[in-house]
Design a protein around this ligand. Structure first.
Ligand code: AMP
Length: 252
């Protein structure tokens, strides 16, 4: 696997890859089987797979969350190599934001609620960095998880609005045996919190009204940011201690 840290180096390298189909998977690292499912999908559909790891300061609305975001580069590299990923992009914030984040992408409808309401500025930061990564990679396809469903819809909308050439592909959420959606943040849960966390998807799946779901989650000790039924899904965000979990499930 070739690791590239400088944007200028990547752009030189990219010129040599003309004629190949490329799959891009943007991540923030601390990789797990959810990320690997995106890599496997990309490998099956493209000549080359490019993974980026960039903990994007612009999409964190709390400094503590950015500081505490798990960073495990050595393990991540090993996992990507084991999965046959050919290129790893590891850009610096300086290279990604030559404009000091004075230029940004924003959307006004989908981003106004749920995650957008509870994490002001998050989606501007996310869309801006994804547009930068899509422009750098010039990929044939880019893969995103349904785990971050609002994010996926926003990226698809941005790609359409800006006539981006990359096809945006949504991939199913990978879950642990107890149904908790895999997430880099899960490793910040204590043993007791991790055991309790599985109640989040379990209660969301119950055939209850939103208010009753919130009530049951509260009774189990979750602090609920929101539960909402939208897009034939039930979406939610909760806190266990200082760890924030999000998930969504399809509704029949
Ligand atoms: P992150 O590193 O959390 O920014 O995630 C990078 C990409 O992996 C995003 O497109 C996520 O939606 C996706 N992803 C994260 N967790 C999962 C999961 N459990 N299953 C499938 N995709 C996931």
């Amino acid at each position: 696997m070739i690791t590239v840290t400088k944007v200028s180096e990547w752009l030189d390298l990219r010129k040599q890859l003309q004629g190949k189909t490329i799959g891009l998977i943007p991540t923030m690292g601390h990789l797990h089987a959810g990320h690997m499912s995106l890599c496997e999908r990309s490998k099956s559909e493209n000549d080359l797979t490019v993974v980026s790891i960039f903990v994007n300061p612009a999409q964190f609305n709390q400094q503590g969350d950015f500081d505490n975001y798990p960073r495990t580069l050595a393990e991540d590299k090993k996992m990507l190599e084991d999965h046959g990923v050919q290129y790893l992009l590891l850009p610096t914030a300086e290279d990604m934001y030559p404009d000091n984040y004075e230029v940004k992408v924003s959307e006004s409808i989908i981003s106004a609620e749920m995650e957008g309401e509870y994490r002001p500025g998050h989606f501007d930061g996310m869309m801006t960095v994804v547009l930068k990564l899509l422009n750098l990679a010039q990929a044939t396809r880019a893969y995103f998880g349904e785990k971050d469903y609002q994010q996926l819809l926003l990226i698809q909308k941005m790609a359409k609005a800006f006539f981006l050439a990359t096809e945006i592909i949504g991939c199913k959420t990978m879950r642990a045996d107890d149904d908790l959606a895999l997430s880099s943040r899960n490793s910040r849960l204590s043993v007791e919190q991790r055991a309790k966390a599985a109640k989040f998807p379990a209660i969301m799946r119950r055939n209850l009204l939103v208010d009753d779901v919130i009530k049951q989650l509260n009774e189990e000790g979750f602090k609920v940011d929101y539960i909402a039924d939208k897009w034939d899904r039930r979406l939610g965000a909760v806190w266990l201690g200082d760890v924030r979990l999000i998930d969504n499930i399809e509704r029949q």
